[in-house]
Design a binder for this molecule. Structure first.
Ligand SMILES: [Zn+2]
Length: 75
């Protein structure tokens, strides 16, 4: 399977986080810490597809570990 075939239909990926800091890239919807609301917004309001949901480990200012949920959606 060629890369062109494998990625057919995937044109523009947006990364969503449970630690949001911005708005939807297409409208003024405020991305929420409830990542499901953000994913639902992109799917229902803007017609994106959900590609992936995963976990990311980060450290806060004091060096303590914390978990973030990340999601990738595609236009
Ligand atoms: Zn939007």
């Amino acid at each position: 399977m060629t890369a062109q075939t494998y990625y057919e239909g995937i044109t523009h990926i947006v990364e969503l986080s449970s630690d949001p800091s911005n708005n939807c890239e297409l409208c003024s919807f405020r991305i929420r810490s409830n990542i499901a609301e953000s994913i639902n917004h992109y799917i229902k309001e803007n017609g994106y597809k959900l590609l992936h949901v995963g976990q990311q480990t980060s450290r806060d200012q004091d060096g303590n570990l914390f978990q973030l949920t990340k999601a990738l959606v595609d236009k």
